[in-house]
Design a protein around this ligand. Structure first.
Ligand SMILES: [Zn+2]
Length: 112
């Protein structure tokens, strides 16, 4: 994972990883959405920018969209690895796996 292109390549194409699955910021459902990509994410893209803004800068081919979306994806994988390491340390990996897939099965938040 340390040398993987997945977070940046996906970010550059508008694909974002969240606890509730993969979303694509290109979709028109995000164009007026004031909420962050993932309310539980601590990355600067989620703390400072709305889905609407990220949708706009992506559609406008602004380079900052690649930077912000990559930033989010890197934070997602950092957080995921922290959770995996913690679950293994506490001998709760099976529980983590169940919760991980249950969360992903929810899908993205409902459109506004
Ligand atoms: Zn984020």
């Amino acid at each position: 994972m340390m040398d993987c292109v997945l977070p940046s390549r996906s970010g550059r194409t508008g694909q974002l990883f969240t606890q509730r699955g993969v979303i694509n910021i290109k979709n028109s459902r995000h164009q007026d959405d004031p909420r962050p990509i993932d309310e539980n994410c601590s990355c600067p893209a989620c703390r400072n920018y709305s889905r609407a803004y990220l949708h706009h800068v992506f559609k406008s081919h602004e380079i900052i969209s690649s930077m912000l979306l990559t930033w989010h994806n890197l934070q997602y994988y950092q957080d995921l690895m922290d959770c995996i390491r913690n679950a293994i340390r506490l001998n709760l990996f099976d529980k983590f796996v169940d919760e991980f897939y249950a969360s992903r099965a929810q899908g993205d938040i409902e459109p506004l």
